[in-house]
Design a protein around this ligand. Sequence first.
Ligand SMILES: *Cc1c(COP(=O)(O)O)cnc(C)c1O
Length: 381
Amino acid sequence: MTGRPSDPSPTPEAQASAQPRPKPWIEGIHAYVPGKSASDDGRPLIKLSANENPLGTSTLAIAARREANRPSAYPDPDSRELRSALAELHGLDPTRIACGTGSDEILNLAAQGFAGPGDEVVYVRYGFAVYDIAARRCGAEPVVAPDRDYGTDVDALLACVTERTRVVFVANPNNPTGSYIDAAELARLHAGLRSDVLLVIDQAYGEYLSDEKDDGGLALAAAHDNVLVTRTFSKIYGLAGDRVGWATGAPGLIDVINRIRGPFNVGISGQAAAVAAVRDQDFVRASRDHNSAERARFTAAMAALGNHGIRPVPSKANFVLVLFEGTLSAKSALDALTEAGYAVRHLPGQGLPNALRITIGTAAQMDEVTQVIQRAAEAAS
Ligand SMILES: *Cc1c(COP(=O)(O)O)cnc(C)c1O
């Protein structure tokens, strides 16, 4: 006889109505809600809802991906040229780099590789929405630490760590708040964790920081066995559509990512585009400079509406979280912006009903967004 000893046979009725049942922890997941690009009635909107680069993409990267495009061929499974380009730029060992289908894949693999049912995954309230999904996907329990005025609170994170904690996620700068902790705070967070707890430092917006504001994440990942830094080509590099991300950390961490990632997880054109993008740091600098200037201007314009209860959360990223604590609600501001042709991010599902996350666009777009909010605030008072 083959197979297992049989259970009592189900009745024919039970067999007819049986369905595949998802694991209970999968049922607890709310699918990621992407930023909108059209109004509810289908009108296309200017998209300041997904933190894309308003300058587009490096022309060298666009040329490289066009040239490399070979749909019939599998890509290099190990993204070797890309890893060596990244290693050269950041002064890293290429064997300590793994690439992913966006950093999203790597964030999920980091949870899956090191946590499971009975374990806990810790992150801060108003953290990146993917952490909750990544924790639940592998059956671990998400544990949410209180924020400090929308920012990462290292003491609160450390207070949430128990003997069941396996992974701590921190985005720095954070999305959707734009908040940032400096190198000393990040080092203090790491020093407060047991060496068997994996610290994932998500630097999706790391390239928007000036060198003197570097949070030291890459140095922590180079020096310790329990730190993984993730980065992406979706934000400053303007390659969100190509789905390319990467991570660096100790060989033991990279080995786990490589075992469980998709074998051909970064496509040919994405690899080629990313290599060219890494080598075009002029485009990165221009994007950073544009962002710093427009973010400062927009933040000041929102702060000037403080008498209407409008308050920008200080941001180090390519967006600003604007709080609406006066007579103009975030929902009314959202409606006014939609009417004017702009998509921004309202995140009531993430506990932010009183806020809008607005991506830094072109100067003209930021002028118009400012005017729309100002007029709506005056009309509401
Ligand atoms: C946008 C973003 C990512 C990157 O996602 P990709 O999958 O690389 O496109 C990762 N973390 C944070 C905090 C983000 O905002």
